[in-house]
Unconditional design. Structure first.
Length: 274
């Protein structure tokens, strides 16, 4: 499943294609949405927001198109009515004079009045989106200390979209490594210094992944390894998907465990119990 940075990058592409342009034509694959076609045609896209892994296309007539890519959804930006050759099923198409924004394979699509968006079952429960909202280190630390979150293992908490929106499996492993957090730790087990380090790790890695297309490793090191012919899958991350490889910091062997039914990677030395 794409994580928050990938959805924000997709939203950027959709926004570049649609913002300040009139919707000339729109297609919904689902019958219960078909009646919205006439209502939305002629409106102007004002911006494209994200809330974690959800995308919100804002229109000037007071409506918002909500979509969630889930596991298989994918956006394509094409010249108008120039559809890609794919076996995916087209679910939503928004056309203007020059471009078409096409969403394939996603099944979670809704049309909402703007005032309904905050009450949407997903939007109302999801935590702050670091790529669409201003969130400080202190605010993140306060969330870590909140009774809803402080006694939960980091390995589970970081996947909870109610804690921080958009963090998925690769970001979880990377955040815990950079913050030197052992998979068994909870926020309540951490010192104030550790919590601050975790907050910076969350902010910095989400932003870096967005800006670099998914690289969470040290950028100078990643560039050096790339120049040496190392495969992207082996230099892209500090620890994620590097089981058996050497830690870039201490040289210890990266280990893999299962947490929340998903694979998690860590360095037993850099992320020790002490």
């Amino acid at each position: 499943m794409p994580e928050g940075p990938e959805i924000r990058r997709a939203a950027d592409e959709v926004e570049r294609a649609l913002k300040n342009k009139t919707v000339e034509d729109i297609y919904f694959a689902f019958p219960h949405l078909e009646d919205y076609g006439d209502l939305l045609m002629g409106s102007i896209v004002t911006r494209v927001d994200t809330k974690g892994k959800a995308m919100l296309i804002r229109l000037d007539n007071g409506y918002t198109i909500y979509s969630h890519n889930q596991l298989y959804g994918k956006w394509y930006i094409r010249n108008t009515y120039n559809y890609p050759k794919t076996n995916r099923q087209l679910r939503l198409a928004i056309h203007n004079e020059n471009k078409s924004a096409l969403l394939y394979s996603a099944s979670d699509i809704e049309v909402l009045r703007d005032e309904e968006v905050p009450r949407h079952p997903f939007v109302s429960k999801v935590g702050p989106d670091l790529l669409s909202e201003e969130v400080s280190v202190d605010e993140l630390m306060e969330r870590m200390k909140d009774k809803r979150f402080r006694n939960r293992k980091w390995s589970i908490l970081l996947l909870d979209q109610g804690f921080v929106a958009g963090i998925g499996n690769y970001l979880r492993s990377e955040i815990m490594f950079v913050a030197c957090i052992h998979p068994s730790f909870r926020p309540v087990d951490c010192t104030e210094k550790q919590l601050k380090k975790a907050a910076y790790s969350i902010k910095d890695l989400v932003r870096q992944s967005y800006e670099t297309g998914g690289i969470t490793n040290d950028l100078d090191l990643a560039q050096k390894l790339k120049g040496q012919g190392v495969k992207r899958s082996r230099y892209r991350h500090w620890v994620f998907n590097r089981e058996g490889g050497s830690c870039f910091i201490c040289g210890s062997e990266i280990e893999k465990v299962v947490a929340a039914s998903r694979r998690l990677y860590y360095c037993p030395v850099c992320q020790g119990l002490e």
